[in-house]
Design a protein around this ligand. Structure first.
Ligand SMILES: Nc1ncnc2c1ncn2[C@@H]1O[C@H](COP(=O)(O)OP(=O)(O)O)[C@@H](O)[C@H]1O
Ligand SMILES: [Mg+2]
Length: 356
């Protein structure tokens, strides 16, 4: 259900009146920190004076900050929160006192997604990061709201590799994408990143040089981090016009038979492949399906893979299925080549189990 009760006028985001030049300035500040005014003058055709006035107003409003002398002036987004991690810091208070009042007129479902994601990601910093500082940035843009959460702790990939004895950072990203991955099972369930990344239109989480990105409609990608920072950085981007609700996302991974618990997962198979490799071996298949028995249903998304090898397909769709008869496997987005391999293994399983 989408709640449209809160009408949204993007020109009044943040309570202030935004005209087109403001949106252009806000869009341009990250790519043009050192030539912001010149760039916006060129783009809009307005006078330097007019643009300067609007930039100053955005600085005054607390959205942007300036540094350096006139000629070498640099602009950037002003962190909304920069706090030492001390006892008593709580994610719901940061949401309520710092973020929620600054969102302006966003629809109720967007607000709900941002509340869920922000509090989950800040809780991760507080409970898992071992950082000394938390920084939160809010970028209310014309088409979407971006929230960045940064800490200077160990970094989530290093922590996962170390505590769960994973092979390397990419292996940590694969495991994280499956859900129910936690280094603190007594107090946590490993759902925060799984659901947050699926509620956002674009989500990135990185530490040091490796980044996991998810784009709604396109799936997961592993890429080089946009910038190497210590600790963990999360970027959540939600479109102002999205109709998705947190409930929609929870429902996709719950089933009525299990009291609406988190019983389904969806895995982007491409995350099991190291750069330059093809998925051909049984050990790659076992890495893909590790911890699968924590779920009742596993959906495999083959997007991004041209081919897979027969042993890989056989291990997933015959051997694993035989060993885990209660787990239901489904798949989509396979090329013709990949489909052939999968169907062959499925037929072998069916004839072996007598249902063919
Ligand atoms: N900011 C962070 N710094 C260090 N480790 C993190 C951070 N965020 C997440 N993690 C790691 O990723 C795991 C999964 O996070 P999440 O999906 O929120 O589940 P949970 O918090 O329930 O464990 C955490 O258990 C932790 O090991
Ligand atoms: Mg968490």
């Amino acid at each position: 259900m989408v709640d449209n009760s809160s009408p949204r006028d993007p020109s009044k985001a943040n309570g202030a009146t935004r005209d087109d030049v403001d949106w252009t300035i806000l869009e341009s500040v990250s790519p043009h920190p050192g030539d912001l005014v010149r760039f916006v003058v060129e783009k809009t055709g307005l006078s330097r004076q007019a643009v300067n006035k609007r930039v100053s107003a955005l600085v005054e409003e607390g959205l942007l900050e300036a540094s350096g002398a006139t000629k070498a002036r640099q602009y950037r987004w002003r962190p909304l929160v920069r706090v030492p991690l001390s006892e008593g810091l709580s994610e719901d208070r940061i949401w309520r006192e710092s973020l929620a009042p600054r969102l302006g007129d966003v629809s109720a479902n967007v607000r709900a997604i941002l509340q869920y994601g922000t509090t989950e990601m800040i809780n991760n910093v507080i409970d898992h990061s071992d950082a000394s500082e938390l920084v939160v940035l809010l970028k209310p843009l014309e088409d979407d709201i971006e929230i960045y959460i940064e800490d200077n702790g160990e970094g989530f990939t290093q922590k996962l590799v170390r505590e769960l004895r994973l092979e390397n950072a990419q292996h940590a990203l694969l495991e994280l994408s499956k859900g129910k991955l936690t280094t603190d099972p007594d107090n946590h369930t490993g759902e925060g990143i799984f659901f947050t990344c699926r509620m956002c239109d674009k989500f990135m989480i990185w530490s040091r040089d490796i980044c996991l990105m998810r784009i709604e409609g396109s799936g997961f990608f592993v890429l080089d981090a946009p910038e190497s920072r210590p600790g963990t950085t999360v970027r959540m981007i939600v479109r102002r016009d999205t109709e998705r609700t947190p409930g929609d996302v929870f429902d996709q991974f719950a089933s009525a038979e299990d009291d609406y618990g988190f019983t389904r997962t969806a895995v982007s198979v491409v995350l099991a492949r190291y750069e330059g490799e093809t998925l051909v071996s049984r050990s790659q298949a076992r890495r893909l399906l590790a911890r699968g028995d924590q779920f009742r249903e596993i959906h495999l998304d083959f997007r991004g893979l041209e081919v897979i090898g027969p042993a890989f397909a056989d291990e997933v769709f015959r051997v694993y299925q035989r060993e885990h008869p209660r787990i239901s496997l489904s798949w989509d987005n396979a090329t013709d080549e990949v489909t052939k391999m999968i169907r062959k293994a499925e037929r072998a399983f069916a004839s072996e189990s007598g249902s063919d």
